[in-house]
Design a protein around this ligand. Structure first.
Ligand SMILES: [Fe+2]
Ligand SMILES: [Fe+2]
Length: 258
């Protein structure tokens, strides 16, 4: 089966690119299942119910989140009412929402898990142990994990620890695509970061001047979305759902689609 994973969709520009083009992208790459990170989809941070519903209507099967899960006040409505929107599984157990979504597709049963790193991020529960607990209780033919984390070393440590236990592990959060897609020794398809779907001439999808000022002055400013050309970033994983063999990994990075 062919699984498309879309990197952090940022603000209205990223959303609209996905709304307008996902049908064609799914068709062109012969996609069976689509996962997108939506933590920045509402005006740079968080998600709303309307946005989540529209992304699902236009072809996203599961929306993963990250450190901005709770940035929009609609988070509890989204997480409680929409099982296709999942949040990192190492938040405290009382937190709204589910850390995984399982779907029977007829030809295969797929599970998508969301987890978050702890290096230069919030001090959440251990992502390794939280993932082990989930893997112990779920059953699926294909297991995909979005590991939302800052550093390449934590992402690589996590991916290698779960090599052979998940079919696909991809990273999100940095908004910069890495060129290291490969199959780990025990068979897991891996990429450190999918990148961002949003305005390219920006920093994180935010106006560059704001982020530069933030680093120069060390003051904090209100983020505003950047304006400009939108680039779509993601990855297509081709996995044999019977054997788990990875047939191919293709990075996507474009600003228009035929
Ligand atoms: Fe993000
Ligand atoms: Fe993030």
């Amino acid at each position: 089966m062919r699984i498309l994973a879309i990197g952090d969709i940022v603000a209205s520009d990223g959303r609209e690119f996905v709304y307008n083009n996902l049908g064609r992208i799914r068709k062109k790459y012969n996609i069976d299942y689509c996962i997108a990170n939506g933590e920045n989809s509402a005006n740079t941070n968080g998600i709303t119910k309307d946005i989540a519903e529209t992304l699902i209507e236009c072809g996203v099967d599961v929306i993963t989140m990250g450190n901005h899960t709770f940035a929009n006040k609609e988070y509890s409505a989204v997480l409680e009412d929409m099982p296709r929107v999942i949040r990192p599984g190492n938040y405290p157990s009382e937190t709204e929402g589910m850390p995984y979504y399982i779907e029977e597709l007829g030809f295969a049963k797929i599970a998508v898990i969301n987890m978050m790193g702890r290096v230069h991020m919030e001090p959440l529960d251990c992502p390794f142990r939280a993932t082990e607990k989930i893997l112990d209780k779920i059953d699926a033919d294909i297991i995909v994990i979005d590991f939302h984390a800052e550093t390449t070393s934590e992402k690589l440590a996590y991916a290698n620890y779960f090599d052979g236990k998940a079919n696909i592990i991809f990273g999100t959060h940095t908004h910069v695509q890495t060129a290291d897609e490969h199959v780990l020794p025990k068979g897991t398809a891996y990429i450190t970061d999918l990148g961002m779907t949003g305005v390219r001439d920006s920093i994180l999808g935010v106006k560059k001047e704001i982020i530069m000022d933030m680093y120069y002055t060390r003051k904090h400013f209100r983020f505003e979305k950047a304006e400009g050309e939108v680039w779509f970033s993601g990855c297509v994983f081709d996995i044999d759902e019977k054997t788990g063999k990875v047939n191919g990994i293709e990075r996507l990075n474009f600003n228009s689609i035929d």
